[in-house]
Design a protein around this ligand. Structure first.
Ligand code: DC
Length: 224
């Protein structure tokens, strides 16, 4: 089977990671969650208890080694040898990840890693700038959207399943704030690539989203 690159971008809670993970499994492709990489850098910075300045972050980067390891239940994120897959999902990391991911040297380092990871194709990569910056020549680009209400409901449930209680109003506020930050930053803001296919997942089931992506992917693969 032809090994294409599938870029899935969109705002927080639009269904990217769930869709990308299952679609990758069905296609026999590798799933790469780039948000986890920005979250790992954010965790390293939080642990260092330093101020958030470009200078400090750029100096810290040499000591931050991130590995992504495929596992049965998706990707594991390893920070300097430690599995931080759960810790990078805490509310504290989520609250701080947007400003950290807006810093130029952080983006440069992680984009370079992402290009290396995807260079041989057969990947489904999700993020904010995969179709615009990381792989502007990706064979298939999907842009997922959903209403803020739906996205907040999904995130609240996701956290609840992990034993974290947070009100839907608070989550919705954080999502809107993160959208604003991610879309308005100077370097590689969240936006739809001109050649991306937009899918509104507000009224779709997970299976419905996956089916659409797999169908589009197979069309592209068969064309190659
Ligand atoms: O997908 P996520 O919620 O785990 O992403 C966390 C943050 O990382 C998100 O608010 C913006 C940033 N991000 C980014 O700037 N570029 C990417 N390719 C992926 C994530």
């Amino acid at each position: 089977m032809k090994k294409i690159i599938i870029a899935i971008d969109g705002p927080a809670g639009s269904g990217k990671s769930t869709t990308a993970k299952i679609a990758a499994e069905r296609l026999g492709y590798v799933y790469i969650d780039t948000g986890a990489m920005y979250r790992a850098v954010t965790l390293a910075w939080l642990r260092a208890k330093k101020e958030l300045t470009e200078d400090i972050l750029c100096k810290m980067l040499d000591g931050i080694h991130i590995e992504l390891k495929p596992s049965e239940n998706g990707q594991r994120t390893i920070l300097n040898g430690e599995d931080v897959s759960d810790e990078i999902r805490t509310i504290e990391v989520t609250k701080n990840v947007s400003p950290v991911s807006a810093i130029g040297c952080v983006r440069e380092k992680l984009v370079e890693m992402q290009r290396e990871l995807g260079k041989n194709g057969a990947v489904v990569m999700d993020g904010r700038d995969i179709g615009t910056i990381v792989f502007p020549n990706a064979e298939l680009k999907i842009f997922l959207i959903a209403s803020a209400e739906t996205r907040a409901q999904r995130r609240t449930l996701e956290l609840k399943n992990k034993g974290i209680e947070e009100s839907i109003e608070e989550i919705k506020k954080q999502i809107i704030e993160r959208d604003r930050y991610d879309s308005s930053r100077e370097i590689s803001p969240l936006r739809k690539a001109y050649d991306a296919i937009e899918i509104d997942t507000s009224n779709l089931t997970i299976e419905g989203q996956v089916e659409k992506v797999v169908e589009l992917a197979l069309e592209k693969i068969n064309l190659q």
